[in-house]
Each structure stands twice: as structure tokens, then as C-alpha cells.
Design a protein around this ligand. Structure first.
Ligand code: BDR
Ligand code: CA
Length: 323
């Protein structure tokens, strides 16, 4: 089983990634060690509640959920509530179960990361699908701790195409660029899945309908349909999909890397994070002239097979939904 800590800021696409991950848990392929939530798409309090309720909905509320560090360098940047709903869950919290997780008493994410990585050195895969504030906080508190992960898989950055938070920069990196810089200096084998590939992952209502028909009236099915409809209707989604009906399931790409790697291709590179630019804060860069790999710290995804990735995701989600 792959031991995983998911660092997330649900978020519609985070929700779909988490449900896919829970299907892999159900199939006995993943041991989900913890879910650490963070300030990002919406405030840390809402991402904590959203992740907790999703776990409960799918019957996995025995997994610890940690709360996010607040006060990353970009706390003045607006969140993405207009895309994901004020609750991060498409304003559909009423469709999710009550749960006992308590934000006030929950542990902070950096503490949980440090504890788990020390307890299982070299064994845990961190999947980071949100601003990198928690990972950086753990690294600052316990220098070298991120090296104790087996691997770190990051959805973030934009190299050859434009950004989404700003014309130049992608949300997860630019929301807390200082944190991203710390994480990108922490090891030399980061897996980076940028907007350049996730822009091709257009999830539609048709795909959702095909998934949920295996158990159409379950609470998960009804939530999936409603969340997909919300995300698809959103004006910002239209902009991201060039007017096609659908929304981008950016964060799901991380699970494709782990379980369907044939859907992605990579380039080895030294990735740098812009933290000083007036117009380019949070931009991710590599030397696209191919001259040198000296100091390379990452594998950056350059292409994706969206048809097979979305098909794999669909088949796994069906397994989650089936009785
Ligand atoms: C990333 O930003 C967030 O809004 C999404 O959840 C995803 O993690 C895409 O740039
Ligand atoms: Ca996210």
C-alpha cells in the first residue's frame, strides 16, 4: 500500500481528487495516513471542514484531519471562493454529513507532518494540491524534514503557458510563493504537475453522470452531480475551458502520476520560484533552452493523455460509489 498524506484546500477539484484517493483506499492500494488542510481556495477553517465532511461522506472519517497554518506570505491575496463556492464545496455543505472534527481542537498541519515523517522516514508520499504553506512551515520548524518523505508530488506552477492567479503565475505557487521557494529547495526529486498539463483535464457533467449511474441515489452520487454542476456553471470555469462546458480537475492529476503514470510525460529540470518580481511573483521557471540539468530539483510534467486519465479516474470513482 502507498502511504499518503494529502495536503489540500478543498476546493471543487480538491474534492474530486480526495474522492478518487478514497476509492484507492477502498481498493486497498493506499494507506491514508492523514489529510492536512490549508488556507487557499477558501479560508483554512472551511478547507478543514470541507475535507472532514468529505471523509465522513465516504465513510473514512477515522483519518486524522489537521488544520492549516495561516499567515503565509500571500495572506493579502484573494481566495478562490468565487470559483469554488464560499464554503469551497460549491455552496453544497448542506448535502454533506455533520462530523465531529473540531477546527479549534484539531492539530496544526506542520505538527502532524513532522510527527508522521519522523515516525515513518522514507515511507510517506506527500501529495500537495494546495498552497505550500504547511510543507514550508514543517521544513522551517524541522529543517530537513521534507527529505524524510518518500516523495513529494505537487500540483502547481505554469511553465510554458500562462498562469491562473495572475497572467504569469499559478494559484498554488503564487498564493504563498515564499513557502513554495522553501519547498523547491528542500529536495532534488520533486514531482511537479503544472497547469500546462492540468488545463487539459476537462471534467464534464456527462462524465459525472456516467460515474454516478452505478449507484445513482447514494449521498455521494448526489453530491458529485451537484458539485460538478456547480463547477461547470461557474463563469471562471468557462474562462478556463475556453467556453466548453466543464471544469478543470487540476488536483486529480497527482493520483494519475502515482497510479496511472503512463498518462504523463516529464522533463527533468531545475525549477525556480520568482519571489521578487513586481509582475511575476510566484512564477515558476526552468531553463527551456535545454542547456543544462545542473542543480535539477524536479521532474516537471510536460504532457498528459487526458482521455485515459479521466477514464481511469471515472472507473475508480465508480468503485467508491458502488455498495
Ligand atoms: C490549483 O489552484 C486551486 O484553485 C485548485 O484547487 C488547484 O489546486 C490550480 O491552479
Ligand atoms: Ca487545490
Amino acid at each position: 500500500k502507498v502511504k499518503i498524506i494529502l495536503d489540500t484546500d478543498p476546493g471543487g477539484d480538491d474534492a474530486f481528487a480526495l474522492l478518487w484517493l478514497l476509492s484507492l483506499v477502498k481498493q486497498g492500494l493506499v494507506n491514508l495516513i492523514a489529510v492536512t488542510t490549508v488556507d487557499g481556495n477558501v479560508h483554512a477553517k472551511y478547507t478543514f471542514v470541507g475535507a472532514s465532511k468529505l471523509l465522513k461522506l465516504a465513510g473514512f472519517d477515522d483519518v486524522e484531519v489537521a488544520k492549516g497554518i495561516i499567515g503565509g506570505s500571500a495572506s493579502d491575496i484573494e481566495d478562490a471562493g468565487s470559483l469554488h463556492g464560499a464554503d469551497g464545496m460549491g455552496n453544497l455543505t448542506h448535502m454533506l454529513p455533520e462530523c465531529t472534527n473540531n477546527y479549534e481542537t484539531a492539530r496544526f498541519a506542520d505538527e502532524v507532518l513532522i510527527e508522521k515523517l519522523n515516525a515513518l522516514p522514507g515511507e510517506i508520499t506527500i501529495i500537495a494540491i494546495a498552497p505550500l504553506t504547511n510543507l514550508a512551515a514543517a521544513e522551517i520548524k524541522s529543517p530537513g524534514i521534507l527529505k524524510k518523505a518518500k516523495q513529494i508530488i505537487i500540483m502547481g506552477g505554469a511553465f510554458l503557458t500562462h498562469g491562473n492567479l495572475t497572467p504569469e503565475a499559478e494559484f498554488n505557487i503564487a498564493y504563498d510563493a515564499i513557502a513554495a521557494k522553501i519547498v523547491f529547495q528542500s529536495r532534488d526529486d520533486l514531482i511537479v504537475l503544472p497547469l500546462d498539463v492540468t488545463r487539459k483535464l476537462i471534467f464534464t457533467n456527462l462524465i459525472a453522470q456516467n460515474i454516478i449511474k452505478v449507484n445513482i441515489n447514494s449521498a455521494i452520487s448526489r453530491f458529485i452531480r451537484s458539485l460538478c454542476e456547480f463547477m461547470c456553471q461557474n463563469a471562471l470555469s468557462y474562462r478556463e475551458t475556453n467556453g466548453l462546458e466543464g471544469f478543470l480537475v487540476h488536483d486529480a492529476v497527482t493520483l494519475a502520476y502515482l497510479f496511472y503514470p503512463e498518462t504523463l510525460s516529464f522533463r527533468r529540470a531545475l525549477v525556480k520560484i520568482e519571489t521578487a518580481g513586481e509582475w511575476t511573483m510566484g512564477k515558476t521557471l526552468f531553463d527551456n533552452r535545454h542547456k543544462t540539468k545542473v542543480g535539477a530539483n524536479a521532474w516537471v510534467a510536460m504532457d498528459v493523455d487526458p482521455v485515459n486519465l479521466l477514464a481511469a479516474m471515472s472507473e475508480d470513482l465508480k468503485i467508491l460509489i458502488q455498495n
